[in-house]
Each structure stands twice: as structure tokens, then as C-alpha cells.
Ligand binder design. Structure first.
Ligand SMILES: NC(=O)c1ccc[n+]([C@@H]2O[C@H](COP(=O)([O-])OP(=O)(O)OC[C@H]3O[C@@H](n4cnc5c(N)ncnc54)[C@H](OP(=O)(O)O)[C@@H]3O)[C@@H](O)[C@H]2O)c1
Length: 235
């Protein structure tokens, strides 16, 4: 990390999971042991990202939080990636290869967090469809410079739960996989301070396919049983 505050880019942060992630990351600045950070939202259009940043700050204020120590800004995905120490890829799997190609030169030595789950709707249910590399996380690792550390995390949390910063204190487990132990530790600390997730070491990146595959299972179980926003707990 190159500054006292970690600069975190959430690419595609204007979407469902990005919105909750941004609020939870920003709130870490108010915690004694949180990871002090600046959040930059990435979008295909900078104006959309800037609007999302304004809305996120308003949401925090409306929920009663003091935002004087919180910085959330918006940029194009490419600018956001350039500025960041750590990048969260909150876009759908089909969009990942072209986005990675456009930011590749700005990824050296950085951490990329992937919550990406490659899945398709097959009739009434969702099916996991991993790429030939084995998982979305491994497909990402294959497309970034060797010095980039990919960490798979946050696959099994519902966007609505992340967004509900007032009511949702329920702790689900978040399994975190990486081949880089230092990067995994950094992401586990971020996760612990999100207020609704308990990080669990899931081993190397080759385990990410098992974790990604749990997401369509959770969605299918919710749908078939009239439940909502399920997560996992291993206790
Ligand atoms: N939703 C969940 O509960 C959840 C839970 C766990 C994991 N995930 C994973 O998180 C990722 C994001 O899910 P999501 O539901 O947040 O997605 P989403 O809301 O459908 O999309 C996220 C963002 O992707 C950007 N986008 C759309 N088309 C694009 C394109 N052609 N190229 C580049 N960017 C594009 C859009 O941002 P701009 O228009 O601003 O560019 C959009 O706001 C997925 O991989 C999903 O598997 C989601």
C-alpha cells in the first residue's frame, strides 16, 4: 500500500453488490480498528460514478453517520483502477475480460478482490458455469500481471444485506481464497470490519470454484423455499 489510507476502487460500484460494499468499506473509517481508506467508485461513465458517490455519502448521513472523515469519489473504471491500491471487481463475469484488458497496465503489485460468480439461469434455477480455468477467480488471475494478487471473497453474501447498514448486523461467513497469504490477510481484515461478515480462510485460489458454486445454490434454495437473501454459517 502506498499511502496511510488504502485507496480502494470498486469497479462497477454503481451496481447491486458494489453499493453495499462501498458503504461498508467507508464506514471502516469510523471504527478504531477499521482499515482507513478512501473509496473510489468506478463506472463506464464517470458521471454515473460521481452520482453514486454523492448518493453513498447522503445514505451514510441519512443513517446518522458523521461523514467528515469519509471520502467517496467517482471516476471512470480506468481512472479508478489507476489510482487504487486495492481493486474490487463488482461486475458480471461476462464483462470481466474486456475490463481487465483495459486496466491491465495499472494492476502491477495490486490486490484484486473477486466476488464474481459465473452463473446462468437455466429455466427456473441458476446454474454455476465456471470457465475453463476452473473459476472466475482463476480466470482473473490468468488475465492479470504476475505481480497482481487475486483474492476471491464476498461471493455468498446478498447485496441487500450489505446495503442495509442500519439493520443488518447478522454475521454470515465469507470464505476467502488466495495464493498470496499477505493479500489474503489484508482482505480478511477488511472483511472482519464490514460489520456483517466473518472471514474464514478458504485456502488457495484453486478452492474458489467450490465457494463460487455456493451462490447459485443459495439463490435456488431461497427461491424454492420462499426465503430471501440467504448466507452461509459453518458453525
Ligand atoms: N448481487 C449480489 O447479491 C451478488 C452477491 C455476490 C456476488 N455477486 C457478484 O458480483 C458481481 C456484480 O453483481 P451485481 O449484481 O452487483 O451486478 P450488476 O448490478 O448487474 O452490475 C454491476 C455494474 O456492472 C457495470 N456494467 C454493466 N455492463 C457492463 C459492461 N458491459 N462492461 C463493464 N461494466 C458493466 C454497471 O456499471 P456502470 O453502468 O456504472 O458501468 C453495473 O452497475 C457479479 O459478478 C456477481 O456474480 C453479486
Amino acid at each position: 500500500m502506498n499511502s496511510e489510507k488504502t485507496k480502494i476502487a470498486v469497479l462497477g460500484g454503481t451496481g447491486n453488490i458494489g453499493k453495499g460494499m462501498i458503504l461498508r468499506l467507508a464506514l471502516q473509517n469510523l471504527m478504531e480498528d477499521g482499515v482507513k481508506n478512501e473509496v473510489v467508485i468506478g463506472s463506464r461513465t464517470p458521471e454515473t460514478a460521481q452520482e453514486a458517490a454523492k448518493e453513498a455519502l447522503e445514505e451514510l448521513e441519512n443513517c446518522g453517520f458523521d461523514t467528515s472523515d469519509i471520502k467517496i469519489t467517482g471516476e471512470s473504471n480506468t481512472e479508478a483502477a489507476k489510482e487504487a491500491d486495492l481493486i474490487v471487481l463488482t461486475i458480471r463475469f461476462g464483462h470481466v475480460p474486456s475490463l481487465l484488458e483495459s486496466i491491465r497496465e495499472d494492476l502491477e503489485n495490486k490486490i484484486i478482490i473477486s466476488p464474481v460468480v459465473p452463473m446462468v439461469k437455466a429455466g427456473p434455477i441458476f446454474e454455476y458455469r465456471p470457465p475453463e480455468e476452473g473459476s472466475a477467480a482463476q480466470a482473473i488471475q490468468a488475465r492479470v500481471p504476475e505481480s497482481t494478487k487475486v483474492v476471491a471473497a464476498f461471493h455468498n453474501v446478498a447485496a441487500r444485506k450489505l446495503q442495509d447498514i442500519v439493520k443488518c448486523k447478522a454475521v454470515h461467513d465469507s470464505i476467502i481464497c488466495s495464493d498470496d497469504e499477505e493479500a489474503k490477510k489484508t482482505v480478511m481484515k477488511l472483511t472482519e470490519n464490514m460489520g456483517c461478515l466473518k472471514p474464514l480462510d478458504g485456502g488457495p485460489l484453486s478452492n474458489a470454484n467450490t465457494v463460487e458454486a455456493l451462490t447459485p445454490l443459495l439463490i435456488n434454495i431461497a427461491k424454492l423455499n420462499g426465503l430471501k437473501d440467504l448466507g452461509i454459517n459453518f458453525s
